[in-house]
Design a protein around this ligand. Structure first.
Ligand code: ASP
Ligand code: MG
Length: 442
């Protein structure tokens, strides 16, 4: 069994949906197909919920009407037969009546989650109906009956495993099992989601739960690139990544994958393949347990970083100083990305500055505090173990013209991170690319 996930742009138009249907119907093997909402839909649903929060049902209605008109056109374009057009239009009619019902009630975060869930509910219905029109043995599985989070809002892996196994056992005779990415129930049975971009997470959870042969994440780019193609010239796809390398890249800004989704696949040892719907025969990127020695894989960057430096001579030869500092971040539920220490000071970076004023205020008890905003972390991922001599020097040399604020090396054997000013991010990334990935055909 393979699990295939198609993102918003891969199902973004009726034409694309048809291409996905062609792609998944190749071969006779059973597959699970996880879909995102059509691109733009979740954003519109967020906007609808915002209008309702602000008690503006008229604004919400305008958006709902517009969205309905768009989907009616999609239905006309997608199906060949009147029968499936009528059936799907009937579904849309009920669906949009349901969305409109929220304009008459008081909307809280509970209703908001229900509204947000409709994008995936619509896209999976459209796809299932198309496959049925094509006489494919396809069935729609409701993710709300399968995926659940626990009291810490983390996926309840054992529950998911039990549910998907039993749903498949009850429905053995299908070739394609279609289900919604992103949406789930929480520990209280309410409709919830795995946060924006969470469809990848659904696919990886299901693939891990089923010990699938492979999890395929289909997007609109040929795999993970060795640097951000939107920012840097001459990037190239990376053909293989270790789970850890992929997780670091996703966390540090590579937009192609949801940062936490790699974990379940890694634990289950199920390889994840990133593929391109626009070019289905391109090799893409495989993410597995293989670690390629002596190779630097990629560069990624994370924006909106704040750096906090605490300097104190009291730290000199003292113990417990760092604990007090870190405890403060814990109290304020703010996670730290990078850390550098010296005998008389420590610098940390955070990406969520919501609690910054309180944190700074309380840190003043321990030393002189200095805050720098608008920074970026640029990280290099690959074999950076200390026995792989020379790579960190090469990375540092590449940055000889750039004022680097912090360097973190040695935290893991596959990452070196640089903190630079946001305005220097692009040239930092380009310099690293030019040095670490010499072009094969310049
Ligand atoms: N539709 C959701 C979003 O736009 C989930 C996803 O596409 O992965 O965030
Ligand atoms: Mg995505």
């Amino acid at each position: 069994m393979k699990v295939l996930k198609f993102g918003g742009t891969s199902v973004g138009t009726p034409q694309r949906i048809r291409e996905v249907a062609q792609l998944v119907t190749k071969g006779q093997e059973q597959k699970i197909i996880v879909l995102s909402a059509m691109s733009g839909t979740t954003n519109t649903l967020v906007e609808i919920a915002e209008y309702l929060y602000k008690k503006n049902p008229e604004g919400a209605n305008t958006l709902i009407n517009r969205l309905e008109a768009t989907y009616q056109k999609h239905v006309e374009a997608l199906y060949q037969t009147q029968e499936w057009k009528t059936r799907t239009l009937q579904f849309m009619h009920e669906e949009f009546a349901y969305l409109r019902s929220f304009t008459k009630v008081h909307v809280t975060s509970f209703e908001e989650k229900v509204i947000l869930a409709q994008g995936e509910i619509i896209s999976t219905n459209m796809m299932t109906n198309l496959l049925l029109e094509m006489n494919v043995k396809a069935i729609l599985l409701n993710a709300l009956d399968i995926v659940r989070t626990d009291k810490n809002a983390e996926p309840d892996f054992n529950y998911i495993k039990t549910r998907i196994t039993s749903v498949l056992k009850d429905n053995p005779d299908y070739t394609l099992y279609i289900t919604q990415g992103f949406i789930c129930r929480n520990a209280y049975g309410e409709i919830d989601n795995l946060l924006r971009g969470g469809s990848d997470y659904t696919a990886c959870l299901l693939g891990a739960a089923l010990q699938a042969e492979e999890i395929q994440i289909w997007t609109d780019i040929d795999g993970m690139h060795n640097n951000d193609p939107r920012i840097v010239d001459h990037t190239e796809p990376v053909r293989q990544l270790h789970f850890e390398e992929a997780a670091e890249l996703a966390y540090f800004g590579a937009k192609i994958l949801h940062p936490t989704c790699i974990q379940p696949a890694k634990f289950a040892g199920v390889p994840v393949r990133l593929l391109n719907t626009m070019d289905p025969t391109a090799p893409g990127t495989i993410i597995n347990n293989h670690f390629e020695h002596g190779k630097i894989k990629a560069v990624a960057a994370k924006d909106n970083i704040t750096c906090i430096q605490i300097q104190s001579s009291r730290m000199l030869l003292a113990y417990g100083f760092l604990r007090k500092v870190f405890e403060l971040f814990e109290v304020h539920k703010t996670s730290i990305d990078m850390i550098c220490t010296s005998e008389v000071g420590v610098s940390v970076t955070i990406d969520n500055a919501n609690r910054l004023p309180d944190i700074v205020d309380e840190l003043k008890k321990y030393g002189t505090v200095n805050v720098e905003k608008d920074m970026a972390i640029v990280c290099v991922v690959g074999d950076l173990s200390s026995d792989n001599v020379g790579f960190e020097t090469m990375a540092c040399k590449a940055l000889s013209q750039i004022p680097v604020r912090m360097i973190s090396y040695g935290g893991s054997s596959h990452n070196i991170s640089f903190l630079v000013k946001a305005e220097d991010k692009r040239r930092t990334m380009q310099a690293l690319s030019d040095t670490l990935f010499p072009r094969t055909n310049p």
